[in-house]
Design a protein around this ligand. Structure first.
Ligand SMILES: Nc1ncnc2c1ncn2[C@@H]1O[C@H](COP(=O)(O)OP(=O)(O)OP(=O)(O)O)[C@@H](O)[C@H]1O
Length: 678
């Protein structure tokens, strides 16, 4: 949630770097206001609740358990190795302390020095051996955790990305879901860090418990003293971690915006405008200005952290002083032998050193825990909004999709994008969807393709014998298998030409024969065959085998991808917007021949010369079907929307449509459209 700050009508009047109410000119100018999550989001969406100590205390063992379980599932041997090595190090450190106590006791006893040294020798040997064993265990632990950590990170990342890619498209449009899913991204590598940190914390804790046991056995009063040193540092660490987390949460949009400003600067498609329109200057100035804001936030955090450290360090120092004071009093009053006093000093020193490391690690652990919790929440939310994996199979000979009174409103929108639409898409036919910008054509194809569930109405997948399955009841995975898509803004995968086509059926092994077939149908085979590395050329400049394709060549490659799928229902949205006239005619002919082969082709286009030969045309207006019929039917409406659009387009070619407009061009021959309307 962003807050709009006070708008300046003339940003140029103010200094470029002026920051008013914490909002920079760049934020005003490029993003229309403040780019910060406000506290109400933080309060209502749960992150602050999660920051409470009680919640954290409960969450820590659960998350550590989850990470360890993941480690166990990915590599048992490595996890067992790490745990054994860490436990071993704790035990050796306890042995070391006991050996030190024994050495000191011998040395402080009465008798000749040579005798005392001889008697201390076994304990000295044990001390040396524990050091060797500790070094070996540490090396083993490093090797094993190096093997385990990347696997744990991969497992958690896969779980997260699998979950988010299964979320209903409609749910991803809801800001509250989108935010949770987005926040989850930051925690995928936290699992790896958490594993390392929990192992480290485990190690230090074992060492500290060993030291505490030794200390308590020397004198019970030394133990609470040790705790008194630990507490302020722990408090300081947790406080800093909370502050960092809240700051990161508030500034997430701001950071994303800065990253996108920089990304534009090196994107090839923006290169022209960056230079010619001086967009680069604007982006760089805005980057500088917005970066200064984040630097100011970093300074604020550093100052706050410094103050917290000072308070925590002060109290810990006082506790240390009291601890040594107690030791002095015990020694002075004869309550503790001198040798034991020496061991106590060593134990306190090693424990406070460990404590510092413990505090640092717990601090990081706490921070990582918050991010990992976000990832877990995202996985949970994604699961709640996932496309159901079960459902009814489509009828075996499904031959049409019937839309009945369908309405759809995008989350947060005031008006429906589709309003009681009814139509039928049949196999063996080309169905054209036309209409003004924003009339609902793309939304309708998404409903037809099963990507959006209607807010009202039904979508029936039917066979010719009366068998039917409603979209909500259908097994959507199987339904998707019957659908091929070419979206208006289809993805341009940064991969080879072959991969760009074969990813059209990502769940099947690549079939190069079919890749070539689809490419030939999309009129792009000769082009790709002629590339320096043929089908292995990476269709992005900058890679070693990288090449640059033109917009039209990309569109042909996109078409080849949707054809490669060989799905009975094909939805193509503006498939020829970047094609030259001959390529466009060829592309339309290809679609028409697919319909002849028995596919259902749904074509969204503004090129009415092509839709003129469609079997059925639906004209959408503000989300509703305003007209429907063949080209002839629609041209017969003298005040009709279709006739108006068709005539306007024909007029661009210097031709007119007489009141008794002639028959549309012969089917499969879109070339003759302009002549026919003269
Ligand atoms: N993801 C979305 N979230 C909210 N509103 C949306 C979204 N996508 C589209 N809309 C709105 O829904 C309406 C229909 O959009 P749609 O993209 O279906 O129109 P269209 O007929 O395909 O337009 P065009 O010819 O420009 O491609 C528009 O008012 C648009 O602003």
């Amino acid at each position: 949630m962003t807050q709009a700050g006070p708008r300046r009508d003339a940003p140029g009047d103010a200094s470029a770097t002026a920051i008013e109410d914490g909002i920079s000119e760049a934020e005003h100018e490029l993003y229309g206001g403040r780019l910060r999550y406000d506290q109400s989001y933080v309060r209502h969406e749960g992150p602050l609740t999660r920051l409470s100590f009680g919640h954290m205390a409960a969450a820590l063992p659960r998350m550590v358990g989850m990470v360890l379980r993941t480690g166990w599932q990915t590599d048992r041997r490595a996890l067992a190795g790490v745990v054994v090595a860490q436990l071993g190090q704790g035990v050796t450190s306890a042995w070391g302390l006991i050996a030190v106590n024994s050495v000191l006791t011998q040395l402080f006893s009465d008798g000749p020095t040579a005798d005392k040294l001889r008697q201390a020798l076994p304990a000295l040997i044990v001390l040396g051996l524990t050091a060797v064993v500790a070094a070996l265990l540490s090396a083993w632990s490093t090797a094993m955790s190096g093997r385990l950590e990347p696997q744990v990170e991969r497992a958690v990342s896969s779980r997260y990305y699998t979950a988010v890619t299964q979320v209903e498209v409609e749910a991803t449009e809801r800001p509250e879901v989108q935010r949770v899913l987005e926040a989850g991204k930051f925690g995928t590598d936290s699992a790896r860090s958490m594993l390392r940190l929990s192992v480290g914390v485990g190690n230090v804790l074992i060492g500290m418990v060993a030291a505490a046991v030794v200390l308590a056995s020397l004198h019970w009063a030394l133990l609470p003293m040790l705790l008194a040193i630990a507490l302020p540092k722990g408090w300081g660490a947790v406080r800093s971690a909370r502050r960092d987390y809240i700051s990161r949460l508030n500034w997430v949009d701001h950071r994303r915006a800065i990253a996108s400003l920089l990304a534009y600067l090196t994107r090839p498609h923006a290169a022209g405008e960056i230079r010619v329109h001086a967009a680069g200057t604007k982006l760089l100035d805005s980057y500088e200005e917005m970066s200064r804001q984040t630097e100011a936030e970093q300074r604020r955090l550093a100052r706050a952290q410094g103050s917290t450290d000072l308070v925590a360090g002060g109290f810990a120092g006082l506790a240390s002083l009291a601890c040594y004071g107690l030791l002095w009093w015990l020694l002075a009053s004869g309550g503790l032998p001198l040798a034991v006093g020496g061991t106590a000093v060593i134990a306190i020193r090693t424990s406070t050193a460990r404590l510092t490391s413990l505090v640092q690690q717990v601090n990081r652990l706490y921070e990582e825990l918050l991010f990992l919790t976000d990832t877990e929440t995202a996985i949970e939310v994604a699961g709640k909004h996932a496309i159901p994996t079960a459902g009814a199979a489509l009828p075996a000979g499904v031959n049409q999709v019937r839309v009945e009174g369908v309405s759809f409103t995008y989350p947060g929108a005031d008006v429906p994008a589709l309003n009681r639409v009814s139509l039928t898409v049949r196999r063996g036919e080309v169905t054209a969807l036309v209409g003004a910008n924003g009339s609902g054509k793309t939304t309708l194809t998404k409903v037809l393709a099963g990507l959006l569930l209607p807010t009202e109405g039904h979508v029936w997948w039917e066979d010719e014998n009366g068998g039917q399955v409603e979209l909500r009841e259908a097994d959507r995975i199987r339904l998707f298998a019957a659908v091929g898509l070419l979206a208006q803004d289809f993805p341009r995968w940064e991969m080879t030409a072959a991969a760009n086509v074969a990813i059209g059926a990502g769940d099947r092994p690549r079939d190069m024969g079919r890749v070539r077939e689809a490419a030939a149908e999309a009129n792009v085979l000769t082009l790709v065959d002629g590339l320096p590395h043929g089908w292995n050329s990476i269709v992005f400049k900058g890679y070693e085998r990288g090449v640059q394709l033109s917009g039209g060549q990309w569109q042909k490659l996109g078409t080849a991808r949707s054809l490669y799928r060989r799905a009975p229902f094909l939805f193509v949205d503006e498939p020829t917007s970047a094609l030259d006239p001959h390529a466009e005619i060829a592309a339309f002919e290809g679609l028409w021949s697919l319909a002849e082969q028995g596919h259902a082709v749904v074509l969204v286009t503004h090129r009415l010369a092509a839709t003129a030969t469609a079997d059925r045309i639906y004209v959408l207006n503000q989300g509703a079907v305003a007209e429907e019929g063949t080209h002839d039917d629609l041209m017969a409406h003298h005040d009709g929307l279709y006739r108006g659009m068709f005539t306007a387009q024909a007029a661009q070619y210097g031709v007119t449509t007489p009141a008794d407009a002639p028959l549309p061009p012969a089917r499969r021959s879109a070339t003759s459209v302009p002549e026919d309307v003269t």
